[in-house]
Design a protein around this ligand. Structure first.
Ligand code: MOS
Length: 754
C-alpha cells in the first residue's frame, strides 16, 4: 500500500491536535498573558440607557490605593472612528468609538475607565466614580414596528437581490390562494455567552501596538485598530492563540478593545481589560429580537403558490447591523410568487450583531414553523409538504444549486427517526405514561469562501508546518490545518506544526459564517504545492542527489517522497533526506485563494442543507416538557473531520434546545438594562436538558467550494431546530407557540392537562 493512502487523514475522525494543551492548562488564552508592569482596567458602565453624562466626579476614585488613572472623554486621547471598507474590510459594528461624546444610547455603555495595579483596585475605583446624568426614558419596547427609515442597508451578505427579494405577484397569488396561512413569529434577544469572557491586553512598543484578544477575526481587528489609532496596519499586531468559543460575539471589535489600547498608550504600560459577564450582555453584541410575519398561499394538494416573509428586527440607536432573516427564504422552496422584505426598529440597546446562524436561524424558525402549520392545515405530512415544494434551481437567482441533497436529508432523517410511525392526532402518541410529540423542520445555511493565504514548510526533520492567520475558536481549526498539512506532505498528523492566530502570519480567514474550513483548504493546498515544487527543484539541482539528471516534470511527490514518475514510488526519497543532503533546513511555499462570499453574480447557489426530527415528552400532570430525542441530518459537503464535525452539529442542537425552551435576554423597561445579565438568570441548555443526539452527514463533496468539497458546519445545525421543537410541542400539547422561548405559561394553556 502506498504510504500516502495509509496516511490520508482527510475525512477520518481525528481527535483535536490541541486537546492535550487545553486539558493540561498549557493553552494560552488571551487573558493568560502577563507582562511586567501590567495594569488592570475596569470600565464604568452607564446606568441609564438614554441621555447624557452631565458630570463625572472622579476625585475619590483617583485617590484610591493602586489607582493609576481614571480615563474619560477628556483625557483618553484621540480614538478615531473606523471606516467600513468594501465587503469585509474594516468591520466594526458599534461604530461610535468609546467616549466620543457625552451621549448615552444604551445601558452599560462605557463612560469612564479605571486603571490600577490590580483588578480589585481598578474595580473599586470604577465603582467609586460618580456619574450624574441627564436621564431620558429609554425605548426598549418589545413590540417591533418598522421605523420610517430611508437609510439603505449596506450588507456583505451575498447577491444584492437577496436582501429584499421579489418574484411574480405575491399579493395577488395570496389573495386567490385556496389555502392561506398568515402568522407572526417572534424571536427574543439572545446573548452569545461563550464561557471565555471578552478581554483585551494591549502593549505599546513605541509606535507599535500588540493586542492579545480572543478574536474570531484577527486581521479585521488589526485593520480596525490601525484606523482607530491612526497607524499603518503593519504597526498593529493581534494575537489570538486559543478562544473559549465565540458564537459570533468575538467576530468584530467591541469598544473595550480601543479602550485598553488607549489606556496603555496614555500610561506607557501594558493594560489588561477583562469584561464582566454583565458587560458582555450590554456591550458585546447579541442576537436581535425579531418579529416575522409569514404568509403562505397553497393549493389544497400542498403546492405553494405564494410566500411572503416580512420581518422587523431591533437595532441600536447608532448602528445598522442587519439581521438577515430572509437569507434562506427566497430559495428553500419552489414558489412562483414571493416577497421578502424587512424593516428595522431602533431601540436603546447595545448594538445587536452576528450570533451563530445570524439571520437564517431566526428566519428559518419562522418560515419552517409556517410550513409545519400549513401542513397541519392541509392535513399533509410535513415531510411530504417539503417534498412537494422542492425546487429544481435557486428560483430567486435563477441559477443551479452547486449541490443540494435536501430530499435525501429528509429521507434519511425520517428513516432514522421512525417518522412513518407518527400518528398526527394531537396527544395521541404515548410511551411509559408520557405523551410524545413529534416534529420536524428543514435547515439551510450559506456556504462560501473568504479570501485566505497560507504558508507551508517541509523541513529537514521530517516535519511540516502549516501557517495561516486564522483562528481556532474551539471548532477544530488547528486539527483541520494539521490534516491538510499531513495529507499534502505525506506525514502523520503529529509531524505537522500548525501556526495560527497571529497577524504576523499570512492573512487567514475570519472564523465566521461557517467558512473557515472551506476557505483555508485551497490556500493551504496551493501553498503546499509551491513547497513541493521548491522541493522538486532542490531534488534536480542538488549535486549527488538521486534526481540530479532529471527534470522537475519527470518527478512526482507522494507520501512524503520524491520519485521518478515513470519508476513509481518504489525508489523514492523522503523529503527530509533530500533536504539534509542538500544542506537545507526547509523548503517553503505560499498560496492564496479568493473569496466567493459576497459575489454579486454567482454561477451557483452554494448552501448547506439539513433537517431535524425531534421527539418531546409531555407530562401533563406537572406540565413538564422535555426534548427526548433528536435526529439531525446534514448535507454540508465533504466532512474533513467527522469527530469535530459531529461535535459542531451536536453543539448547535444543544443551542437550539436552549433557543426553543430557555434563552432570552430581557430589557428592563424602566432603565433599559438587560435584566438577566448573568449565567444564573440567563438560562441555557445544559447536559441535563439534552438527550442523546443522533447526527448523520450525507458527505457529498461540493467542488464549487474547494478541491475537497467541504462546505462548513458551524452554524447549519442551529437552523430549523427551534421550529422542529415547537412543532413537536404542538403535537404533544396542542399548543402553538409562536414566540420563543416556549414558556411554562404557554404550556399551562394545554387542554391535555390532567
Ligand atoms: Mo458566526 S455568527 O459567523 O461566529
Amino acid at each position: 500500500m502506498p504510504e500516502s493512502a495509509q496516511m490520508s487523514v482527510i475525512g477520518k475522525p481525528q481527535p483535536r491536535v490541541d486537546g492535550p494543551l487545553k486539558v493540561s492548562g498549557l493553552a494560552m488564552y488571551a487573558t493568560d498573558h502577563h507582562f511586567p508592569g501590567l495594569l488592570h482596567a475596569v470600565p464604568v458602565e452607564a446606568t441609564i440607557a438614554n441621555g447624557r453624562v452631565l458630570k463625572l466626579d472622579t476625585a475619590a476614585a483617583e485617590k484610591m490605593p493602586g489607582v493609576r488613572a481614571i480615563f474619560h472623554r477628556r483625557n483618553i486621547g484621540k480614538i478615531f472612528r473606523s471606516v467600513k471598507g468594501k465587503g469585509f474590510e474594516n468591520i466594526c459594528i458599534e461604530r461610535r468609538p468609546p467616549f466620543e461624546d457625552d451621549d448615552v444610547s444604551y445601558y452599560g455603555q462605557y463612560v469612564a475607565l479605571a486603571v490600577a495595579d490590580t483588578f480589585e483596585a481598578a474595580k473599586a475605583a470604577a465603582d467609586a466614580v460618580l456619574v450624574t446624568y441627564d436621564k431620558q426614558k429609554p425605548n426598549v419596547e418589545t413590540d417591533l414596528k418598522a421605523d420610517n427609515d430611508p437609510e439603505v442597508v449596506e450588507t456583505s451578505y451575498g447577491p444584492e437581490n437577496r436582501l429584499q427579494s421579489e418574484r411574480g405577484d405575491p399579493d395577488g397569488a395570496f389573495a386567490n390562494a385556496p389555502v392561506k396561512l398568515d402568522q407572526t413569529f417572534v424571536t427574543p434577544s439572545e446573548t452569545h455567552n461563550p464561557i471565555e469572557l471578552q478581554a483585551a491586553t494591549a502593549i505599546w512598543d513605541g509606535p507599535n501596538l500588540t493586542l492579545y484578544e480572543e478574536s474570531q477575526s484577527i486581521f479585521n481587528m488589526r485593520d480596525v485598530l490601525a484606523q482607530m489609532f491612526g497607524l499603518p496596519k503593519e504597526n498593529v499586531r493581534v494575537i489570538t492563540k486559543f478562544v473559549g468559543s465565540g458564537f459570533g460575539s468575538k467576530l468584530w471589535p467591541w469598544t473595550h478593545c480601543p479602550l485598553a489600547a488607549a489606556a496603555a498608550r496614555q500610561l506607557g504600560k501594558p493594560v489588561k481589560l477583562v469584561l464582566s459577564r454583565r458587560m458582555t450582555f450590554q456591550s458585546a453584541g447579541h442576537r436581535a429580537r425579531t418579529q416575522q410575519r409569514v404568509r403562505l398561499g397553497a393549493t389544497p394538494e400542498g403546492k405553494l403558490v405564494s410566500l411572503q416573509h416580512d420581518y422587523v428586527y431591533q437595532r441600536s440607536m447608532l448602528d445598522d447591523y442587519h439581521e438577515n432573516c430572509g437569507e434562506a427564504t427566497a430559495f428553500q422552496y419552489s414558489v412562483p410568487n414571493l416577497r421578502v422584505q424587512f424593516g428595522r426598529a431602533k431601540r436603546n440597546i447595545g448594538t445587536p450583531s452576528d450570533m451563530r446562524g445570524p439571520g437564517a436561524v431566526p428566519g428559518l424558525y419562522a418560515t419552517e414553523s409556517a410550513m409545519n402549520e400549513l401542513a397541519d392545515q392541509l392535513k399533509i405530512d410535513p415531510v411530504q409538504l417539503r417534498v412537494l415544494n422542492e425546487p429544481k434551481i435557486d428560483e430567486s437567482l435563477g441559477i443551479p444549486f452547486s449541490s443540494r441533497h435536501y430530499l435525501e436529508c429528509l429521507k434519511v432523517g425520517a428513516e432514522n427517526f421512525g417518522w412513518s410511525k407518527r400518528n398526527s392526532e394531537i396527544g395521541s402518541m404515548k410511551r411509559d405514561g408520557l405523551i410524545l410529540g413529534w416534529g420536524m423542520a428543514g435547515a439551510a445555511w450559506i456556504a462560501a469562501r473568504f479570501p485566505a493565504q497560507a504558508n507551508v514548510q517541509l523541513r529537514d526533520d521530517g516535519t511540516a508546518r502549516v501557517a495561516c492567520g486564522t483562528q481556532d475558536i474551539g471548532t477544530g481549526t488547528y486539527t483541520i490545518l494539521a490534516q491538510l498539512g499531513a495529507d499534502k506532505a505525506g506525514v502523520p498528523l503529529d509531524k505537522v506544526e500548525v501556526a495560527l492566530g497571529d497577524t504576523t502570519l499570512p492573512e487567514g480567514p475570519t472564523s465566521g459564517g461557517s467558512m473557515a474550513t472551506g476557505s483555508v483548504i485551497p490556500a493551504v493546498f496551493a501553498a503546499a504545492d509551491k513547497a513541493i515544487e521548491a522541493l522538486l527543484t532542490v531534488a534536480t539541482t542538488t549535486t549527488g542527489s538521486a534526481f540530479e539528471k532529471r527534470k522537475a516534470e519527470e518527478l512526482a511527490f507522494e507520501g512524503g517522497r520524491v520519485f521518478v514518475k515513470a519508476n513509481g514510488p518504489a525508489g523514492g526519497v523522503h523529503f527530509a533526506d533530500l533536504l539534509r543532503h542538500a544542506n537545507l533546513r526547509l523548503v517553503t511555499g505560499s498560496g492564496k485563494s479568493e473569496a466567493t462570499f459576497g459575489e454579486k453574480k454567482p454561477k451557483f447557489s452554494t448552501h448547506s442543507f439539513g433537517c431535524h426530527f425531534v421527539e418531546v415528552t409531555w407530562q401533563p400532570e406537572i406540565a413538564r416538557l422535555r426534548v427526548n430525542r433528536v435526529v439531525t441530518v446534514i448535507d454540508a459537503g465533504r466532512i474533513i473531520n467527522p469527530l469535530a464535525g459531529r461535535n459542531q452539529i451536536e453543539g448547535a442542537v444543544v443551542m437550539g434546545i436552549g433557543m426553543a425552551l430557555l434563552e432570552h435576554t430581557t430589557y428592563d423597561p424602566q432603565n433599559g438594562a438587560p435584566i438577566n445579565s448573568n449565567l444564573a438568570d440567563y438560562i441555557m441548555a445544559v447536559n441535563a436538558d439534552v438527550p442523546k443526539l443522533d447526527v448523520h452527514f450525507l458527505d457529498y463533496p461540493d467542488k464549487e467550494i474547494n478541491q475537497l468539497g467541504a462546505r462548513g458546519i458551524g452554524e447549519i445545525g442551529l437552523a430549523g431546530i427551534a421550529a422542529a421543537i415547537t412543532a413537536a410541542t404542538h403535537h404533544a400539547t396542542g399548543i402553538r407557540v409562536r414566540e420563543l422561548p416556549i414558556k411554562i405559561e404557554d404550556l399551562l394553556k394545554s387542554s391535555i392537562l390532567a
